[in-house]
Design a protein around this ligand. Sequence first.
Ligand SMILES: O=C(O)c1cc(=O)[nH]c(=O)n1[C@@H]1O[C@H](COP(=O)(O)O)[C@@H](O)[C@H]1O
Length: 272
Amino acid sequence: MTTQELTEQIFKKKSFLCVGLDADLDKMPTYLLSEKNPVFSFNKAIIDATHEFCVAYKPNIAFYEALGVDGWKALKKTIEYLHHEYPEIYTIADAKRGDIGNTSRMYAKAFFEDLGFDSITVAPYMGKDSVEPFLEFTNKHTILLALTSNEGAFDFQTLKTDDEELYKKVIKTSQKWNNSENLMYVVGATKAEYLAEIRKIIPENFLLVPGVGAQGGNLEEVCKYGMTKNVGLLVNSSRKIIYASDSSNFAEIAGAKAEAMQRQMATELEKL
Ligand SMILES: O=C(O)c1cc(=O)[nH]c(=O)n1[C@@H]1O[C@H](COP(=O)(O)O)[C@@H](O)[C@H]1O
């Protein structure tokens, strides 16, 4: 999907919500566990109940890998279901990959070609030749970790070298790489006050903003400092939506949570 198509969907649905599909068997309603493919059944129910209110889904790949072959099959079924039933939805493989060039190329093929995701999260630590293989793919986005939502973000990302924080260097340097127009960046919602500075460096790029809900990030703050005239934000929430209930009506309740976030987002969009 192109950036323009994603933006059109955001204005059409009055939502820039990304629902995180972090499939955890310990948190799902127990009656699903006796089904043949509990993870897919769970995801399908969540997707059917929330798709009207969001523009993107982000399966975190760790949750699928932890289940071995069954997990990978559930991931594949989920992405195929999205492509078939809701082709207007943007998909993010939250895989946080990145390796020497020829290995990165294989990661890119796995997620862009085999699974057909629109985008993937990538760690910038190994530099230009570890990220460019992802950027070569047309109409696919590479979402580079810039300033993450966790406490450990302060271990390295905010350290200064040459009087500049590392996360700013990551953003500035990556903007010079080949096909950098295919870049988006991760900035945690828990670090909303940094967004104003980040917008001075990248006034247009889309940002994936996780950390509202369970991690305590604030949507209004994120929009105040991070929103552009073309919105430029995908705000993710996982646990607060998909595990809002573990009873038989879990999907309906997840739908209501997603709708509540969509309403807040519509209010923010009216300010544009
Ligand atoms: O890349 C991510 O999506 C990500 C980056 C980051 O800085 N912080 C962060 O929480 N995430 C992911 O976003 C999701 C957040 O989940 P909740 O805290 O349950 O909403 C998880 O899948 C995290 O792995």
